[in-house]
Design a protein around this ligand. Structure first.
Ligand SMILES: NC(=O)c1ccc[n+]([C@@H]2O[C@H](COP(=O)([O-])OP(=O)(O)OC[C@H]3O[C@@H](n4cnc5c(N)ncnc54)[C@H](O)[C@@H]3O)[C@@H](O)[C@H]2O)c1
Ligand SMILES: [Zn+2]
Length: 345
């Protein structure tokens, strides 16, 4: 097991990679009453780890990441007489973690809480960084808080029941992290892709650990996301637009977004073709898509819609070389016209 303390302005988080779900009580302060929040899928698969009375269940899917679910959870906490001594543990993927973090941070002005991350995406991405929240009126994560869980258990064994398509979302984020910040992690991914996909314990532990440490490092340098943290959005500008317009899973959409960002990086930042090809090849190896053959107009429309929120410019992440990303303020119209040119060439 790898144990690492992430120090942040918002408090410390203990990260436990390779720890087991069943040991969770070791990390809950002694004597405190505990309530678990999980989703229906995770509950069905792992009900043996819960007691009937200590678990609150929510549904699944992005559509339940709403204030209605938050209200339901406040009510459940009230019914169960949760008070400021109650410790909350969210068990699940990014959705459970995002909602649990928000509910725990706001109920009675904040309860203590931790996570057991059960998807690869949550392990490498959602459970570090202190962002918690829900969607509102179609805007993703519009309502939320920055707050760190006291611990995050990344139980690698839980990934064995995860559907392949969910695993891919996690791999896309790991590749993204390596691409923006760590050439040696990228080379490790190239060498271990087979073992990673087969969930080899040592490989997954290392990948989760390295990605989380890189994210933690970047986040610590910029906890409220004003500067360097934006690098974590590599592939996400177009990725989110593709996801919104086509309903494609996040990881696949981000993979297409990364491929586009690579093309733009070659044009604007002089990224070498060799490096871009290496990244495209790795995405291929992980069965992630690198192009989209459907209609791009709805995708451009989704990007245009961002203008309402962010103005005419967007902080776009470009790559100089593998492991070295930069953030550039670019007009959205410019990004769209470059992509149009590329698609028609
Ligand atoms: N807070 C952050 O920094 C951050 C970062 C990245 C993503 N997110 C958020 O995370 C969410 C996506 O997270 P996700 O991809 O983990 O999705 P998710 O929570 O919906 O989980 C994916 C699916 O896998 C199921 N599942 C979870 N664990 C399982 C297991 N061990 N075995 C079998 N099935 C399992 C879930 O029930 C769900 O159906 C999005 O809402 C996104 O906005 C947040
Ligand atoms: Zn992402």
């Amino acid at each position: 097991m790898i144990k690492h303390t992430i120090k942040g302005g918002l408090g410390n988080s203990i990260l436990l990679i390779g720890e087991y779900f069943k040991n969770v009580m070791t990390y809950v302060p002694e004597g405190l009453p505990v309530l678990f929040i999980t989703d229906d899928n995770v509950y069905q698969l792992y009900d043996r780890h819960f007691q009937v009375n200590d678990v609150i269940r929510i549904g699944t899917g992005e559509t339940i990441k709403t204030l209605d679910t938050v209200r339901h959870l406040y009510q459940e906490l009230l019914n169960r007489k949760a008070d400021r001594s109650t410790f909350i543990v969210g068990v699940g993927g990014g959705i459970v973690c995002d909602i649990t973090g928000f509910v725990a941070s706001t109920y009675m002005r904040g309860l203590r809480y931790g996570f057991i991350s059960s998807t690869l995406l949550a392990q490498v991405d959602a459970s570090v960084g202190g962002k918690n929240g829900v969607n509102f009126k179609g805007y993703k994560n519009l309502v939320g808080v920055f707050n760190q869980p006291e611990f995050v258990i990344c139980d690698i064994n839980l990934l064995k029941t995860l559907p392949k398509r969910e695993l891919l979302c996690g791999f896309a984020e790991i590749i993204k992290t390596a691409v923006i910040a760590d050439e040696s992690l990228f080379a490790y991914l190239e060498q271990t892709q087979d073992r990673a996909e087969n969930l080899d314990g040592d490989v997954i532990e290392k990948l989760v650990c390295e990605s989380v440490l890189i994210k933690a490092h970047i986040v610590n340098a910029d906890e409220k996301e004003t500067g360097v943290r934006r690098k974590l959005n590599f592939g996400h500008t177009f990725g989110h637009a593709v996801e919104k317009a086509t309903g494609m899973p996040h990881g696949q959409a981000v993979s297409i977004g990364m491929a586009l960002a690579l093309m733009l990086s070659m044009k604007i930042e002089g990224l070498s073709k060799e490096s871009a090809d290496r990244i495209i090849k790795l995405l291929h190896q992980f069965n992630l898509p690198v192009d989209y053959n459907g209609d791009w107009e709805p995708i451009f429309n989704a990007l245009e819609k961002d203008k309402k929120k962010a103005g005419n410019h967007i902080h776009f992440v470009l790559l100089k070389e593998i492991g070295n990303a930069i953030v550039k303020k670019m007009p959205i119209d410019n990004l769209i016209s470059l992509t149009r040119q590329y698609n028609s060439s």
